[in-house]
Design a binder for this molecule. Structure first.
Ligand code: A2P
Length: 280
């Protein structure tokens, strides 16, 4: 399939998804997802935490696009970690979305905020619920989010089915190279949340200089940079013209010199929570 990456189980995930974090449930979420689908997005990223699964599902059902042509990701939140709770959380997401199956379910964070127990065991117990739902066909693929190599290693050692995806904060000024290399070497596809660094990277002079060379926007440069590194991106915008423009990254290629320039940016501009709950 065009403009998509292949997961370890052979399914194809569209390389750009529409992120719905902080889009309020109701008309906002419904309209923005419908808009994104109308603009050509075929991949919607939500989570039980976002509280907008019902509207996301309704927008998908009303879109007139065949269910199998849309990729939908959701996530199990911190409070629902552990076998029984994760199982219930998956069922609740399936009910709220009401689109038959979910394409990808992720463990949202490796260590629930404030959790002081054995997080590796907790992840594994959640993972058993994921493996079960995957085998039952309720989930087409399963993965994790915000897992650094040290969080992945104990899971990889004991799981039956390896995570197929890891979704992290990734943008040119926070490329998380160690985690990306670790995952890609093991056939785990990386996804980038906040691929524009929540708009912070759009001010970066190097990114702007590269954008000028290619006659593209800084946002398109950030998204194309990730695509060329084999990373799925989940940009977010509340403006229709930006939603539309952010997808237009498949008609040009950033050459080696500019890729190297982008790869050499200082890599310390994390904008959100650290997987170990460290302060910013
Ligand atoms: P807005 O919703 O006003 O368009 P990220 O995807 O990294 O989380 O970044 C989202 C932020 O980037 C939002 O503040 C969004 O603002 C802004 N944004 C998204 N696309 C663009 C764009 N093409 N140009 C400028 N800002 C953008």
């Amino acid at each position: 399939m065009k403009n998509s990456f292949k997961l370890a189980n052979g399914t194809q995930i569209p390389a750009i998804g529409f992120g719905t974090y902080k889009i309020p449930d109701g008309e906002d979420a419904y309209n923005s997802v419908k808009e994104a689908l109308a603009c050509g997005y075929r991949h919607i990223d939500t989570a039980s935490l976002y509280g907008n699964e019902e509207s996301v599902g309704r927008a998908i059902r009303d879109s007139g696009i065949a269910r199998e042509d849309i990729w939908v990701t959701s996530k199990v939140w911190d409070d629902d970690q552990g076998y029984e709770k994760a199982k219930a959380s998956i069922e609740n997401s399936l009910k709220r979305l009401d689109i038959g199956y979910i394409d990808l379910m992720l463990i949202h964070w490796p260590i629930p905020e404030g959790f002081e127990g054995d997080w590796a065991e907790l992840n594994l117990s959640t993972w058993r619920a994921f493996e079960e739902a995957y085998k039952e066909g309720k989930l087409r693929a399963i993965g994790v989010s915000n897992f650094m190599p040290k969080h992945l290693k104990p899971l990889l050692a004991k799981c039956e089915i390896a995570p197929m995806v890891n979704q992290m904060e990734i943008h040119p000024t926070y490329p998380q190279k160690e985690t990306v290399d670790f995952c890609q070497n093991r056939g785990i596809v990386m996804e980038a949340w906040a691929p524009l660094g929540r708009a912070q990277d759009l001010e970066d002079p190097t990114i702007n200089a590269v954008a000028a060379i290619y006659n593209k926007t800084p946002a398109q440069i950030c998204l194309r940079w990730a695509y060329q590194h084999g990373i799925v991106t989940l940009p977010k915008s509340t403006h229709v013209e930006r939603i539309r423009d952010n997808r237009k990254i498949f008609d040009f290629e950033i050459h080696k010199n500019e890729m190297e320039l982008l790869d050499s940016l200082p890599d310390d501009k994390r904008i959100s929570r650290h997987p170990d709950n460290l302060p910013r």
